[in-house]
Design a protein around this ligand. Structure first.
Ligand code: CP
Length: 312
């Protein structure tokens, strides 16, 4: 399979064919996680660094498991327990880690564009695990994988993304990824969270949630990204929840077989109710499960695994 990229910095760099290659490769890795011995020798001898400068539960564990299931060695690096707290720069951190002969650096950073900066000087493959408000490409790929798994297609589907789209790297990557695969994306939320300029990425905008949800195939809820807000963008959480929280009544406006997604972490009672999160419409934990196979596919495609070893 052709995947001519050295790094995965954003969905913006991927063609429709690249995205399909990742999804098809992930299909072949899904089964590995259900084996008694959840391991294939595909990346034996490779060294991967999980460099997380911001907190994470899903992405970090998922990349760690993906690396281990491919038989790579992985170093987990977190800001709080590193020399970054003593003032070491990002460039010095990367150069020191690379001197130990790393093959890939997975980076999450609060500054948009940091993976691009690292890729400009480092020798290892760079994978963006979320940079500021810019992109979270592996989240979008696992979301596309999950939609395709549940709906058998993406072409022509109506996907509604609800909430703090302006501060969400997940929303940006998903708009790019899903429209490239032929889905129609509608953003819903208050104007401060869904500004007109997001239309330039290829999405429609609807400020009335009930209207937005009509005939939706997929509803993707987002949390409010308090940590990225310059100023308060809405009067109160209570008012926000009244207008934009996903309740069973609101979900009934979507198609009967519509699925509910959320990248996590969820703020239950704000963007959706606990009842909705655990309802039979919810595929939220399936997204997390699929994330491992999708990240295995990314590591395999970038680090040059051999196809015959997947079945080993
Ligand atoms: N979806 C996601 O990025 O979750 P984490 O912040 O837990 O990695």
């Amino acid at each position: 399979m052709a995947f001519q990229h050295t790094h995965l910095l954003g969905i913006e760099d991927l063609t429709r064919e690249d995205i399909l290659t990742v999804l098809e490769t992930a299909d072949s890795f899904l089964e590995v996680s259900s084996r008694e011995v959840k391991k294939v020798p595909v990346l034996r001898g490779k060294t991967i660094v999980n460099l997380f400068m911001e907190p994470s539960t899903r992405t970090r564990s998922s990349f760690e498991l993906a690396s281990k299931r491919l038989s790579a060695d992985i170093i987990n690096f977190s800001k709080q327990t590193s020399a970054v707290v003593k003032g070491e720069s990002l460039r010095d951190t990367i150069e020191n880690l690379e001197s130990m002969q790393t093959d890939a650096i997975i980076i999450r950073h609060e500054a948009s564009g940091s993976p691009h900066y690292i890729a400009s000087f480092c020798r290892s493959h760079v994978i963006n695990a979320g940079d500021g408000t810019h992109e979270h490409p592996t989240q979008a790929l696992l979301d596309a994988f999950t939609i395709r798994q549940k709906k058998k297609r993406l072409e022509g589907l109506k996907v509604v993304i609800v909430g703090d789209c302006v501060n969400s790297r997940v929303a940006k990557s998903n708009i790019l990824c899903l429209t490239r695969l032929g889905a129609r994306v509608t953003l819903a939320g208050p104007p401060a969270f869904v500004p007109e300029q997001l239309k330039s990425l290829g999405a429609d905008i609807e400020y009335n949630l009930d209207k937005a949800l009509e005939s939706a195939d997929v509803v993707m809820m987002l949390r409010i990204q308090m940590e990225r807000m310059q100023k308060n963008c809405f009067p109160s959480l209570r008012e926000y929840a009244q207008l934009f929280s996903l309740t069973p009544q609101r979900m009934n406006r979507a198609k009967k077989r519509a699925i509910l997604m959320h990248p996590g972490p969820i703020n239950k009672g704000i963007e959706l109710t606990s009842e909705m999160a655990s309802s039979d419409r919810s595929v939220i934990l399936k997204q997390v499960e699929n994330g491992v196979a999708v990240r295995m596919a990314i590591l395999y495609l970038l680090l040059g695994g051999k196809e015959r070893e997947i079945t080993a």
